[in-house]
Design a protein around this ligand. Structure first.
Ligand code: CMX
Length: 437
C-alpha cells in the first residue's frame, strides 16, 4: 500500500468506527423537511447527501476539510506564493495537512502513474479540432476507461471490501493523466497540434501550464496552482459533483463517473459560465468600441443584456449569498500580478456595478460574483484567449475534489443513490388529501 493509500485507509477506518454507532443511534433523526417549492425548484438546499471533502456556507463560502481558501494559502505547502493542488488532494482524502515532503511524493506519484494508452491519442486525433474542447475532454476520459482497475477487478469477482482500494487506484491514475490529455486537446485545437511533452521536474499544475505552452512567464504556473486548488471542490450538491456521486453510486468506475460530472460542468449555468463571461466581455468591448469602458457604459450594457432575456454570466449562485471567496482569491492574484490589465479592470468595474443592478431586479437571490466571473480575464492576460477551452481547466481541477470524495463514498460503502420523484398529479392528490384531514 502506498503512503497516501494507507493514511486514507487508517483515517477512514477511524471515521467508520465513529460513524457506525452514530448512524445506529440517529437513523430516524429528522435533519430536514422538504417543501413543494423545493420539489419544483431544483431541490435547492435539501440536506440529503454525505460529502466529506468540503462544506459550503452561503455567506462564508467554501471550506475544504474546515479550511477556508485564505487559510489554505497559508497552511498548504506552496510554490510561487500559491498552494500546491497536490496538498489539497491529500487534505481532502486524509483530513490532514501534508508536509512538503508528502506533497513532493504525490507529485512524483502522479508522474509515475501518467500512463496514457495510444487509443486516447488516436481517438482525439480522429476528432475535428473544432469539436468543443469539453466534448474532446469527455471522449478522451472515456477512452481511458480501459485502464480501470475497478472494472477489471469487479469482472474478476472483487470482494466488496476492496471497492475502495480499486477506486483509489483508478482515481490516482486518472488524475495523473488529466493534465497531459487536457493540454493535448488545447494544442491540437488552438496551436497547430504542436505538442509539448510533460516536464517531470514540475509539480502537477505547473506541468499542465508548461504543456499548454501559452507563455514562459512563471507567474502563469502560480496561477495554475491557484486555479487548480480553488476550483477543486464545492461540496456535493453542485451539478458536476452530484452527477459524479450519482453515477459512482451504481459502481460505475471513476472514469465513467467523472465523465458524468464533466458533462454537467459543460452547462452554461455551471462550469461553462467561465467561457460565457469572457465572451460577454469581449462582445461588450466590441459593442462599445473601447477596452476601457466607464462604469456607466458597463451598467447600460448589463441592463441591455438583462432586457434581452439573458443572464449576466459569472453572477449569482444557488447557495452563496456573498461574493465568492474563489472570485476574491483571483481578484487578489490579479491585483498583485496585473493591476493595470484592461480586461481585468473591466471585471472589477462589473463587480462595482452589477450587484446593485441585479439586486434591483428583486428576484435574483445572489447578486454577487461567483468563481467564473474572474478566471477568464487572468487567462487572457497570459495569452490563453481561446475561451472555449476554459471549462476544461475547471474540469481538470474538479477531478481532485470529486475523486477524493468518490474514494470516501466507496470506503464508507455508500449505497446506490435513489431519491423519490413525484408526478404533479401525485402532489395535487397529496395536497387535497391533507386539506380534507
Ligand atoms: N443574471 C440575470 N438574472 C439572474 C442571474 C444573473 N446572473 N442569476 C439569477 N438570475 C435570475 C434567474 O434567471 C431567475 O430568473 P427567473 O425567475 O426569471 O427564471 C431569478 O434570478 C432567480 O434565480 P436565483 O434563485 O437567483 O438563482 P438560481 O439558484 O436559480 O440559479 C445560477 C443560480 C448560478 C444558475 C444563476 O444565478 C445564473 O444563471 N447565473 C449566471 C450563470 C453563472 O454564472 N453560472 C455559474 C455558477 C457557478 C458555477 O457553477 O460554476
Amino acid at each position: 500500500m502506498d503512503r497516501l493509500k494507507s493514511k486514507f485507509y487508517e483515517k477512514a477506518m477511524a471515521a467508520i468506527a465513529e460513524m457506525k454507532p452514530f448512524m445506529k443511534e440517529h437513523d430516524e433523526t429528522i435533519i430536514d423537511q422538504v417543501t413543494i417549492g423545493q420539489v419544483f425548484g431544483g431541490m435547492r438546499g435539501i440536506k440529503s447527501m454525505l460529502w466529506e471533502t468540503s462544506l459550503l456556507d452561503s455567506n462564508e463560502g467554501i471550506r475544504f476539510r474546515g479550511y477556508s481558501i485564505p487559510e489554505l494559502k497559508v497552511k498548504l505547502p506552496s510554490r510561487g506564493g500559491e498552494p500546491l493542488p497536490e496538498g489539497l488532494f491529500w487534505l481532502m482524502l486524509t483530513d490532514e495537512i501534508p508536509t512538503q515532503e508528502e506533497v513532493d511524493w504525490l507529485s512524483n506519484e502522479w508522474e509515475r502513474r501518467r500512463v496514457i494508452p495510444d487509443q486516447t491519442w488516436k481517438v482525439l486525433d480522429s476528432l475535428d479540432p473544432d469539436t468543443h474542447p469539453m466534448t474532446q475532454f469527455g471522449i478522451a476520459v472515456l477512452s481511458l476507461q480501459q485502464k480501470s482497475e475497478f472494472a477489471r477487478r469487479y469482472s474478476e469477482g472483487m470482494n466488496k471490501r476492496d471497492y475502495w482500494d480499486a477506486t483509489y487506484e483508478d482515481s490516482m491514475n486518472l488524475i495523473a493523466c488529466l493534465p497531459h490529455v487536457a493540454a493535448y486537446i488545447y494544442r491540437r485545437s488552438f496551436r497547430n497540434n504542436e505538442q509539448i511533452a510533460p516536464d517531470d521536474n514540475l509539480d502537477w499544475a505547473s506541468s499542465y501550464a508548461h504543456m499548454l505552452g501559452v507563455t514562459d512567464d512563471p507567474d502563469f504556473m502560480s496561477l495554475m496552482r491557484l486555479y487548480m486548488t480553488i476550483h477543486a471542490d464545492h461540496e456535493g450538491g453542485n451539478a458536476s459533483a452530484h452527477a459524479v456521486h450519482l453515477a459512482s453510486s451504481t459502481l460505475s468506475d471513476v472514469y465513467y463517473s467523472f465523465v458524468s460530472g464533466v458533462n454537467a460542468l459543460a452547462g452554461p449555468l455551471h462550469g461553462l459560465a467561465n467561457q460565457e463571461v469572457i465572451k460577454w466581455i469581449f462582445e461588450m468591448v466590441d459593442h462599445l468600441g473601447t477596452s476601457k469602458p466607464t462604469k456607466e457604459q458597463i451598467a447600460q450594457y448589463i441592463n441591455e443584456t438583462i432586457a434581452q432575456g439573458k443572464v449576466i454570466p459569472g453572477y449569482g449562485h444557488a447557495v452563496l449569498r456573498k461574493p465568492d471567496p474563489r472570485f476574491l482569491a483571483q481578484q487578489a492574484f490579479a491585483s498583485t500580478h496585473m493591476p493595470d490589465d484592461d480586461i481585468v479592470n473591466i471585471v472589477w468595474k462589473v463587480f462595482d456595478v452589477a450587484p446593485a443592478i441585479l439586486g434591483s431586479l428583486g428576484k435574483v437571490s445572489n447578486p454577487w460574483p461567483n468563481v467564473d466571473a474572474h478566471s477568464g480575464a487572468i487567462l487572457v492576460h497570459y495569452g490563453l484567449k481561446e475561451y472555449n477551452y476554459y471549462t476544461v481547466l475547471f474540469a481538470v481541477s474538479r477531478a481532485l475534489g470529486v475523486l477524493a470524495s468518490t474514494c470516501w463514498s466507496r470506503i464508507l460503502s455508500l449505497p446506490l443513490e435513489r431519491p423519490k420523484s413525484l408526478t404533479y398529479e401525485w402532489i395535487k392528490h397529496w395536497v387535497d388529501a391533507r386539506k380534507e384531514k
